[in-house]
Design a protein around this ligand. Sequence first.
Ligand SMILES: Cc1cc2nc3c(=O)[nH]c(=O)nc-3n(C[C@H](O)[C@H](O)[C@H](O)COP(=O)(O)O)c2cc1C
Length: 183
Amino acid sequence: MLENNLPSWRQDLKSSRKKEGKSPSNRWVQLATVSQKNEPRLRTVVFRGWHKDNSMIIFTDRRSEKIGHLKYNPNAEILWFFLKSKSQYRFKGKISELSDNKNYWDTLTEKSKSSWFWGSPGKKINPKFQYDYEIVSNPTKSENFVVLNFEIDSVDLLKLEKPIHKRYLWEKLKKWEKTEINP
Ligand SMILES: Cc1cc2nc3c(=O)[nH]c(=O)nc-3n(C[C@H](O)[C@H](O)[C@H](O)COP(=O)(O)O)c2cc1C
């Protein structure tokens, strides 16, 4: 643990993010869920910040497939790879929905709010539907807007280094103690 009670992996992650620079891709992570057929499904999502120290916030659309997956099985994994520090973080945990999400909706630009009013993700496109990029100022929150709370249970960091790679594991059950493991 760090002095301010944050797990020490938060510090490692912070320095990996800092090395990567300010590119928007610095916040793109891969989220894995388990489908109702017990098949793995992966997609890129945007990391939207922290909730209560050890949970990651993700925005999504209620009509997307991952919502059905998470109802069936809340277990998920997030993979975050940093090119500059050659570091791979694998976060294991559980996802729930934050019911009070209005303050998150308010952080979005009008343009990004509009995507929650488009047609259902993954369904056949309706050629008559006008995708409104120049969205009129719409103060109403979309019913499709969902804020996911990914509560982290363990973190596995692999750093490619010379002559030997380094690998560390932190587990919430073990009070986030940092353990070096074989790469
Ligand atoms: C760079 C990038 C960022 C994305 N960010 C998000 C996001 O924050 N939330 C989200 O639900 N989908 C995001 N997507 C779209 C997802 O990758 C995916 O296509 C969509 O969520 C539907 O996934 P599902 O059918 O598995 O639910 C992003 C895609 C890309 C390429």
